[in-house]
Write a protein that binds this ligand. Structure first.
Ligand code: ARG
Length: 459
């Protein structure tokens, strides 16, 4: 049991208490960030004359050796230290002796852990943004290939109007684009450096907090030392952004599971991304999509958990906040895994264009266009709606689709119908006439793809 704070105690900590209190099992995850912060702190202390140049050199070389020893497997981070901060400091003292004891001058673990967590979140956010970019690139590739792959668009999971696969997939492009932007937003907002806030009330040493912030690539220092050590808003914002990513992935997975079902057969998940059944030889299951959908719950759980942990905390630091780590790390790893696997599954997904097109042609997806035809011939929309309702009822009775009716049948229902009704309700017309930006028409779609490619190039 290696502790930093034994001085005022007369007894050893109870073993169970020690274990309950310790965080090394999980906070070793940001061990690189902890050293990075210590390096910046040391440079600043030396610049301010709080450490001598010789002390700075000794501490920096000690820290760098700890870093390389751990990275290269020569030094193991073990549970005999309370947390990662104690591990690094104790190791430094072992290596360089008493000078190592000066590292913690003008610093508390409270501002140290706030810094480490920010550095970790900032780094992981960059990685998640890169993974989302790969997903967006896969989506835009599918969009480009399927500008004229017709499929039914649904509302209430009932066939509504024909769209294209490019358009459907394009909806997800917008969602994941917003997700990336959200990550950028939160990074910009959290990019202030808490180091130098001390335990809660700053320090009496002449620290140069601007310099520390600059060394660690922050926009500047945080400007209230109590807030600095008590703030986990950025963790909450991150978990909220991650929850939204999972929600989007989960919705897409749900659709892929439906499309992959025996009844739909719009898509087939590649063998490399499917699994079998131990008893039913014919089965090929969409387990990956189901797992991604299923893991959404644990990321939501992390968000609710930290919100609940924070809600009753008085200023400033409280140990409750140590609970932010495991769930944040788990949520980050979960999202990274899910985005990467989902991208792979999507990239290898086989689309059954004919089945999609056939499905778009039945189910009266062109009923709105038939009504619009009447409107274009002078009928008020509400009356046209009623007439086409009757037409659909007639079709259901005769087991025909709208375009299978004879002109006489059309005219029996309304004399306004002419020969050109057939062209007006064809799948191609229904889609192609939707030309406003955001609609599935091919020209509108090409413009959206162009805009989104510019976004990808520039981000
Ligand atoms: N392991 C602690 C955490 O994660 C580090 C800060 C400890 N500070 C303290 N005052 N006990 O929050």
């Amino acid at each position: 049991m290696a502790q930093l704070w034994g001085g005022r105690f007369t007894k050893e900590t109870d073993k169970l208490v020690y274990n309950f209190n310790a965080s090394i099992a999980f906070d070793q995850k940001f061990f690189k960030q902890d050293i990075e912060g210590s390096i910046a702190h040391t440079k600043m202390l030396s610049k301010q004359g709080i450490l001598t140049a010789a002390e700075e050199t000794a501490i920096l070389s000690g820290l760098e050796k700890i870093l390389s020893d751990v990275v290269e497997g020569r030094l193991e981070i073990t549970n005999e230290y309370e947390d990662i901060h104690s591990f690094v400091e104790a190791n430094l003292i072992d290596r360089i002796g008493d000078t190592g004891k000066k590292l913690h001058t003008g610093r508390s673990r409270n501002d140290q852990v706030a810094l480490d967590m920010k550095l970790y979140v900032r780094q992981e956010t960059i990685e998640i943004r890169a993974l989302l970019k790969e997903l967006l690139e896969t989506l835009i590739k599918i969009m480009e290939e399927h500008i004229t792959t017709y499929m039914p668009g649904f509302t209430h999971l009932q066939k509504a109007q024909p769209v294209t696969l490019a358009h459907h997939v394009g909806a997800y492009f917008e969602m994941f684009k917003r997700d990336r932007l959200r990550l950028e937003d939160l990074c910009a907002r959290m990019n202030t450096c808490p180091l130098g806030s001390g335990a809660l009330a700053g320090t009496t040493y002449p620290l140069d907090r601007d310099y520390t912030a600059q060394l660690l690539h922050f926009d500047g220092p945080t400007i209230n030392s109590m807030d600095s050590v008590a703030d986990r808003d950025y963790v909450i914002e991150l978990l909220s952004a991650l929850s939204t990513i999972m929600m989007h992935l989960s919705r897409f997975c749900e659709e892929i599971i439906i499309w992959n079902s025996n009844e739909y057969q719009f898509v087939e998940i590649d063998d490399a991304y499917s699994t079998g059944s131990s008893i039913m030889p014919q089965k090929k299951n969409p387990d990956i999509a189901e797992l991604v959908r299923g893991k959404t719950g644990r990321v939501y759980g992390a968000l609710i958990s930290i919100l609940t942990t924070m809600k009753g905390l008085p200023l400033a630091y409280n140990k409750d906040m140590q609970e932010d780590k495991e769930l944040t790390f788990d949520a980050i790893d979960t999202v990274k895994g899910c985005v990467a696997l989902f991208t792979g599954m999507l990239d290898t997904l086989h689309f059954h264009k004919d089945t999609m097109q056939k499905s778009a042609m039945n189910g009266f997806t062109n009923a709105t266009d038939a009504a619009d035809y009447l409107v274009n011939h002078g009928v008020a929309f509400r009356d046209a709606h009623g007439i086409i309702g009757k037409l659909v009822l007639y079709c259901i009775d005769k087991k025909k689709s709208i375009d299978e009716l004879s002109l006489e049948e059309f005219q029996q229902i309304s004399p306004v119908f002419e020969k050109d009704i057939y062209e007006a309700v064809s799948l191609e017309t229904c889609v192609n006439k939707r030309t406003t930006i955001g609609a599935p028409g091919p020209d509108a779609m090409r413009e959206v793809i162009r805009l989104n490619k510019i976004y990808l190039e520039q981000s």
